[in-house]
Ligand binder design. Structure first.
Ligand code: SAM
Length: 329
């Protein structure tokens, strides 16, 4: 990991420490088992030549280094190296004046969410399915004491390593290349747990919500973001095959159904913070993500539908609390 002293301090003498020690040791083995790892490692090594102490994680475009710190030739070299880690799904980042214009304008979701949740100042945060860590850095920018991200997609881990490699001071964030099923069932630890864009990929959404509950300390807060359908009541959509060309989409509930699920799992103070339809301004193909994107997933004649005829992507953000002194369900 980049900053072992950070997580050691954060988890010292807690139930998390032995598990985390073991995971950090395992991470390198997981990375090196990937067929592209040696290529990515070379890219990361070449990026190590450029470092800065100037960062700002509180801005919509995460800032690392200043444009006039490097020559045009050096910036061209960095740009080419970062392109080696295509596709960039989450961002945007600005690195020494190079803007990584990712597929998702992740700042738009952040803006919808941040004023509806308990302020992150001083909190220990877990971000499940954190992608390349864009939100982890925004969480640090909002004052989080420590952020642990987990994501099993190795390329996104490499992007996080690339972005944080430029920073020559410790950051209070760590990323592990694991999925939620690899987390222990008895963490009872984090003040805030984020699960954004993951629930609809889970075959068993109730088990997912129960696992999230067990990651929280009693009294901690869940921030849940997922696809929803329009409508009142406990309706849900289970696509027969694909949804917006994706094969791995399972349950898409109405917001009220999501509240019922959370209630049944033992959460309290359940609130819907936002419901928004995803727009092509928020998700689109760019130079940094050259594959198909939202507009290719929508019916060309009717953008209220996906190409399969399902309702177009709509996303809800909910917060919910694990009761104080509660046992796990
Ligand atoms: C749609 S993206 C959402 C990324 C980010 N949280 C966001 O909201 O923009 C889903 C992410 O979950 C990750 N993921 C897939 N299966 C997972 C699992 N079992 N546990 C944790 N993360 C998972 C994927 O690698 C991907 O980065």
């Amino acid at each position: 990991m980049n900053h072992p002293e950070t997580w050691t301090n954060a988890v010292n003498n807690t139930s998390l420490q032995p598990w985390l020690d073991e995971q950090v040791a395992l991470a390198e083995r997981i990375y090196s088992a990937h067929g592209d790892y040696s290529r990515w490692l070379l890219t990361l090594e070449q990026l190590s030549h450029y470092t800065t102490s100037e960062t700002d994680f509180s801005l919509p475009v995460i800032q690392i280094g200043k444009r006039d710190h490097l020559s045009e030739q050096q910036k061209n070299e960095i740009e080419q190296l970062l392109f080696n880690l295509h596709p960039w799904r989450k961002g945007p980042f600005n690195i020494f004046g190079i803007t990584i214009d990712s597929e998702w304008r992740s700042d738009i979701k952040w803006h919808r969410m941040i004023n509806g949740i308990t302020p992150l100042q001083g909190r220990r945060v877990l971000d499940i399915g954190c992608g390349n860590g864009y939100y982890m850095l925004r969480m640090l920018g909002a004052g989080a004491a420590w952020v642990l991200g987990i994501d099993p997609t190795i390329l996104f881990n490499m992007q996080f390593k690339a972005v944080t490699r430029f920073i020559n001071h410790d950051i209070r964030a760590d990323l592990l290349p694991i999925g939620i099923d690899q987390l222990p069932d008895d963490l009872d630890y984090f003040d805030t747990v984020f699960s954004m864009g993951v629930l609809y990929h889970r075959r068993s959404p109730i088990d997912h919500l129960i696992k999230l509950f067990s990651c929280l300390r009693p009294g901690g807060e869940l921030v849940l973001e997922t696809l929803v359908i329009e409508g009142a009541g406990d309706q849900l959509l289970l696509p027969e095959t694909r949804y917006a060309k994706m094969r791995n989409i399972w349950f898409i509930p109405a917001p009220q159904a999501l509240k019922t699920w959370l209630h049944r799992c033992g959460y309290i103070n359940i609130r819907i913070v936002d419901v928004s339809t995803t727009s092509p301004a928020e998700q689109r193909a760019t130079e940094w993500m050259k594959f198909e994107s939202l507009k290719d997933f929508l019916d060309p004649d009717d953008h209220s539908k996906t190409v399969e005829g399902h309702p177009a992507p709509r996303r809800a953000i909910l917060v919910a609390q694990r009761p104080g002194n509660s046992k796990r369900p």
